[in-house]
Design a protein around this ligand. Sequence first.
Ligand SMILES: [Zn+2]
Length: 188
Amino acid sequence: MNTKQHVNESTNNAASTALECPQCGKSAISTSIEPDKFIYGAGNSAVELMVELPVRHCNACGTHYVDSEAEDIKHEAVCRHLGVLPPSAIANIRKKHSLSRAAFAKITGLGEASLGRWEKGINIQNIGNDRFIRLLEDTRVMQQLQGVVMSTGSKPLQRKSNVLPFRSLEVTQEVLQRKARFTLRPVA
Ligand SMILES: [Zn+2]
């Protein structure tokens, strides 16, 4: 198992150095870092963000392209602009405590699926969650939350069978008439 993981890791590392051209499939790729800018947001809140992207050049067929590394850099620029942690920082905080996403989610009360989307850069956490995640870097905070989980289990998350979700009543003519008829009577 460990050996296999190790092999996968070195394969991934190799993949980032031995790139293949999406056009011709050859591995004759060189990379140059080039300044780029893009618009984030719309209307009045639109801003121009500056980035430096790794641009790949295929020496075999002459194709220029950017890949997921450029996407990650742009995503991090957006996070910096919004003042929130980039995906890698969230994953690093979780990994600092050697916890799986499921275990981290159970202790912190964050949604496991949301956590996955933040770590993969699919969604960006809102400010409240961002500030909360920052506090989770502190081992004492995690220990404190772990204590809460151990003392309460997952009970607060489960609705008791005798508690019904709040219903909003549709105000109809009939409801208004019933309301008009309603009077409090003293108990004999
Ligand atoms: Zn090529």
